[in-house]
Each structure stands twice: as structure tokens, then as C-alpha cells.
Design a protein. Structure first.
Lengths: 118, 113
């Protein structure tokens, strides 16, 4: 149980294009999903909290108009990197919290999407 | 002071030994604590969670929590080369924006043959 998928697993795009990344909880419902970014040899940095049926909550310093998040159902959240530039190249990882989970509030991570912007 | 602090390592231990990974956190209001394992180029994998003071054992892994000292640790018994990875300590806090995980920078563990 607690499987989270991401698609695509990697993407290479030209500067100025937009890229959409999907995050799905496969065997549980997730009211809340999270989007993280990880640069090489650094830890995970939370970008935003995605809430089903409402607007995402962005961390300080993260541009909400550049990183568009949609959480249309209890099993799907999408992150769109708009007008991507080389500095957006990173490892993007989503996680999901089981709505019916216990007191620990565990987050289960997807396999990540490696974005390279040329 | 960082919210979650870990020694970056690398921590090298021989195969079969006990690996001890440590983590301190700054927010006394933190409620639950997690250890994730991350292999190079992969996403984190949850290996242990702990909520109450004391020890929690799961197979070769033991998590230890001391809220008074704001300290959480992970012991790996009978370390195997496959345990070589970066171990991330994560702390769950309730903020105005809801429950959030804050990660340490991770400790790189190397288990040597």
C-alpha cells in the first residue's frame, strides 16, 4: 500500500516552454499532496502544499505564477513549471499523505521527475 | 539555528556493525518524526516513524526519540552494503499552513565490506 506515482520520470525541454508533472496516489486517497524540489547534494525543499479542491499554499520565495499547482481529485495533483529556464532544472518530487492515515501524518513519496531545461 | 540538523557525514561503518545516525530539531512543538532513506538519484523512502519518547524497533532499525533533548536517532543493526545511502531526518510541525515536514540535509552512510 501507499504507492505514489509520478509522470514523467524525466523530461528535457527548451528554455521558455512549460512542463507538466503529474502525481498520483495509486491505492489511497490524498486530500493533501506536497511538491518538493531537490538540487544536487542538497536536501528536499518544500515548494508548496496542494489541497484537493482549494488553492495550493506556497512556501516563501516560491513563485505561484511560475509553479502552477492543480489538485483536481483525491488521487491527482499536477505541477506545471511555466516558461522554464535552466535554473529550474532540478529533481521534483511529490508526496502524498493518506487521508485515512493515522496519527503519524506520514508522507509517501513519488519516484521523482528529473527536469532538465536547455 | 537550522530547524533540523544532521551531520552530513559520510559515516563509514564495516559490514555487520551498528550504524548510529543522529538528528536534532529546534521546534519543541514538533509532534512526529521520520527517517527516510534516499539512494542516489532516487526519491526518499520512509523507513521509520516515531511519535513517543523512547525506542521503536522494526527489524534491523531502531528509532529513538528524546523530546526533552530535542533529539532523534536511528540505529541500524547488522549493517549491510545495501544500507549505503543518505538518511534524511524529517520533523512534522503544525504551522499556519497545516502539517509540514521539515527535512535535515541528510547523513551519508557507507557500509564497507
Amino acid at each position: 500500500g501507499a504507492v505514489v506515482s509520478q509522470h514523467p520520470s524525466w523530461v528535457i525541454c527548451k528554455s521558455g516552454t512549460s512542463v507538466k508533472i503529474e502525481c498520483r496516489s495509486l491505492d489511497f486517497q490524498a486530500t493533501t499532496m506536497f511538491w518538493y524540489r531537490q538540487f544536487p547534494k542538497q536536501s528536499l525543499m518544500l515548494m508548496a502544499t496542494s489541497n484537493e479542491g482549494s488553492k495550493a499554499t506556497y512556501e516563501q520565495g516560491v513563485e505561484k505564477d511560475k509553479f502552477l499547482i492543480n489538485h483536481a481529485s483525491l488521487t491527482l495533483s499536477t505541477l506545471t513549471v511555466t516558461s522554464a529556464h535552466p535554473e529550474d532544472s532540478s529533481f521534483y518530487i511529490c508526496s502524498a499523505r493518506n487521508t485515512g492515515g493515522g496519527a503519524f501524518n506520514e508522507q509517501f513519496f513519488g519516484p521523482g521527475t528529473r527536469l532538465t531545461v536547455l | 539555528q537550522k530547524e533540523v540538523e544532521q551531520n552530513s557525514g559520510p559515516l563509514s561503518v564495516p559490514e555487520g556493525a551498528i550504524a548510529s545516525l543522529n538528528c536534532t530539531y529546534s521546534d519543541r512543538g514538533s509532534q512526529s518524526f521520520f527517517w527516510y532513506r534516499q539512494y542516489s538519484g532516487k526519491s526518499p523512502e520512509l523507513i521509520m516513524s516515531i511519535y513517543s519518547n523512547g525506542d521503536k524497533e522494526d527489524g534491523r532499525f531502531t528509532a529513538q526519540l528524546n523530546k526533552a533533548s530535542q533529539y532523534v536517532s536511528l540505529l541500524i543493526r547488522d549493517s549491510q552494503p545495501s544500507d549505503s545511502a543518505t538518511y534524511l531526518c524529517a520533523v512534522n510541525r503544525i504551522t499556519g499552513g497545516g502539517n509540514k515536514l521539515t527535512f535535515g540535509t541528510g547523513t551519508q552512510l557507507k557500509v564497507e565490506l
